[in-house]
Design a protein. Structure first.
Length: 123
């Protein structure tokens, strides 16, 4: 599976962990999360996070209390749910973490607790 040894990632990971440790979320992390959102999520959840009301299929992430739960949000993004694709195979753990932390403080959401790599479900 994924090995962080000798990949240069361990250093990035250490920096990210430190940035999250000293929260609030580092600006860099949020910017990264925003880019990941644009590429992977906004096609369905829209640029403003309000979802696709016309079809009524893609729920709004904006002002969504369901995102208050780190574990629920992580579970849905990592493993998918019905029409929501699983991102486990498409994004690295760090990217999942960044996009989850991004959506939880964007689009009118302002949850104070910061998700950690250890919140990513193992399977
Ligand atoms: C192909 C369309 C599609 C893409 C791309 C997509 N989603 Fe979703 N998403 C959905 C659908 C459909 C649901 C509703 C699943 C259900 O409840 O049955 C959903 C639900 C969610 C939920 C739960 C919201 C709620 O109120 O239940 C979150 C959080 C979420 N998506 C985040 C993301 C993130 C973050 C990304 C990008 C990494 C993303 N989604 C990409 C279609 C998509």
């Amino acid at each position: 599976m994924k090995s962080y040894l000798f990949s240069g990632r361990s250093f990035k990971l250490a920096c990210l962990s430190f940035a999250l440790f000293i929260s609030p979320i580092a600006a860099e992390t949020l910017q990264g999360g925003g880019e990941i959102y644009e590429i992977n999520c906004q096609g369905c959840h829209m640029a403003d996070g309000k979802g696709d009301k016309g079809a009524g299929v893609y729920p709004a992430l904006a002002n969504n209390v369901k995102l208050s739960s780190v574990s629920t949000t992580m579970e849905i993004v990592t493993n998918g749910l019905n029409g929501m694709p699983s991102f486990r195979e498409y994004l690295t753990d760090e990217e999942i973490l960044e996009v989850v932390n991004y959506i939880r403080v964007s689009f009118g959401n302002s949850f104070k607790d910061v998700a950690q790599l250890t919140d990513i479900p193992k399977n």
